[in-house]
Design a protein around this ligand. Structure first.
Ligand SMILES: N[C@@H](CCC(=O)N[C@@H](CS)C(=O)NCC(=O)O)C(=O)O
Length: 89
């Protein structure tokens, strides 16, 4: 399984939606709350090429974007292979 990281903040509907999609996919992810850990917000912006909204999602250290981007990848049928690169196609 890929390393999946998601930067979030509390009371963020987009974060809940993105997390629930990942939960539906049955993958383990690392959640980084940028309110609880304020220094992580700058780290997120840096890693996400300047994007500052939450969530920001990274799969194997590659920026995937936010919630809409995650759902768009799933709609295109590309998300499962990113989440489980070793699985047979
Ligand atoms: N299109 C983005 C929208 C994300 C978004 O608007 N997140 C809100 C929190 S729920 C946010 O970060 N707002 C702060 C800002 O716009 O600077 C996505 O799908 O992730």
């Amino acid at each position: 399984m890929a390393k999946i990281e998601i930067y979030t903040s509390p009371f963020c509907g987009y974060c809940y939606r993105a997390k629930s999609l990942l939960e539906d996919k049955d993958v383990t992810f690392i959640e980084i709350d940028v309110i609880q850990q304020p220094s992580k917000r700058l780290e997120m912006i840096d890693r996400a090429d300047g994007e500052h909204t939450v969530p920001q999602i990274f799969i194997d250290d590659k920026p995937v974007g936010g919630c809409d981007d995650l759902f768009a990848l799933d709609a295109k049928g590309k998300l499962d292979a990113l989440l489980n690169p070793e699985a047979p196609a």
